[in-house]
Design a protein around this ligand. Structure first.
Ligand code: PEP
Length: 251
């Protein structure tokens, strides 16, 4: 049985002071549970504050929302995986749809970021997912497979690196739109992702669903055993509501 993972993507919200206040509220509200992990992806400027705020809680991890593939150098504005790790990141989010579609990140760039994050010993959450036109054209599985091939395929990742990978299936049309995939639709894609991963020898990879997850739909989504957790944007920004959401299904 895989442990559930609840990952909060704060996007461009919550500076260092706000991150500290948020995590003070959250840690009072949520006590450790052995069946689940909770990870936070604050903006890079808030990484150190967030990491400090959860330093006594091994079940709460902090991660960086994006990394540049070079470790250091003249790349103004970029954050590398080793620098993020130095600020306290234990994980990296790579290939988020906003990086791909707002900032024009390509599959080869996502791949370089994946390798950079894993080389810096970070855990990885790789996001994949189709746009609405791609879904309507019946190309969901082709797109997701292309993204997996691009980011993780072709060998080059050993078993130890693959063991640090989580995949988040995030249909682009569901992100920030209030329209979530049904648990059955998500599960159908998760099964394909799981089969792809098994082909690389990764049998235990967690696969999250992301896209307009909230307090109203979380229980139904998690009732689908294909979902090993969720990646959540908007509904993770309030520490009280997130504290409630991450306890879904707990005894
Ligand atoms: C996300 O940012 O990864 C996300 C799924 O956002 P939201 O929950 O707001 O749809």
């Amino acid at each position: 049985m895989r442990r559930l993972l609840f990952a909060a993507n704060w996007k461009m919200h919550l500076g260092p002071r706000e991150a500290r206040e948020y995590l003070k509220t959250f840690t009072l509200r949520y006590q450790r549970r052995d069946d689940r992990d909770v990870w936070f992806f604050p903006p890079a400027v808030s990484l150190e504050a967030a990491a400090q705020a959860v330093r006594d809680r091994g079940d709460l991890w902090v991660g960086v929302q994006d990394v540049y593939w070079e470790p250091k150098g003249a790349f103004t504005g970029a954050v590398s995986a080793p620098l993020a790790a130095q600020a306290g990141a234990q994980a990296a989010l790579v290939g988020h749809s906003e990086r791909r579609h707002v900032f024009g990140e390509t599959d080869p760039e996502t791949r370089k970021k994946v390798h950079a994050a894993l080389s810096a010993d970070l855990a990885l959450v790789l996001c994949v997912g189709e746009t609405l036109p791609e879904r309507e054209a019946g190309r969901t599985l082709a797109v997701v497979t292309r993204q997996l091939d691009g980011a993780l395929g072709g060998g080059g990742l050993d078993a130890a690196a693959l063991a640090r990978v989580t995949v988040a299936y995030e249909p682009v049309w569901a992100i920030g739109t209030g329209r979530n995939a049904t648990p059955q639709d998500a599960a159908a894609v998760h099964r394909e992702i799981r089969a792809w991963l098994a082909g690389c020898g990764a049998q235990r990879t967690r696969i999250l669903y992301g896209g307009s997850v909230n307090l109203k739909n979380i229980a139904e989504l998690l009732s689908e055993p294909e979902l090993d957790g969720v990646l959540v944007g908007g509904a993770s920004l309030d520490p009280e509501a997130w504290g409630q959401l991450v306890q879904t299904g707990a005894e």
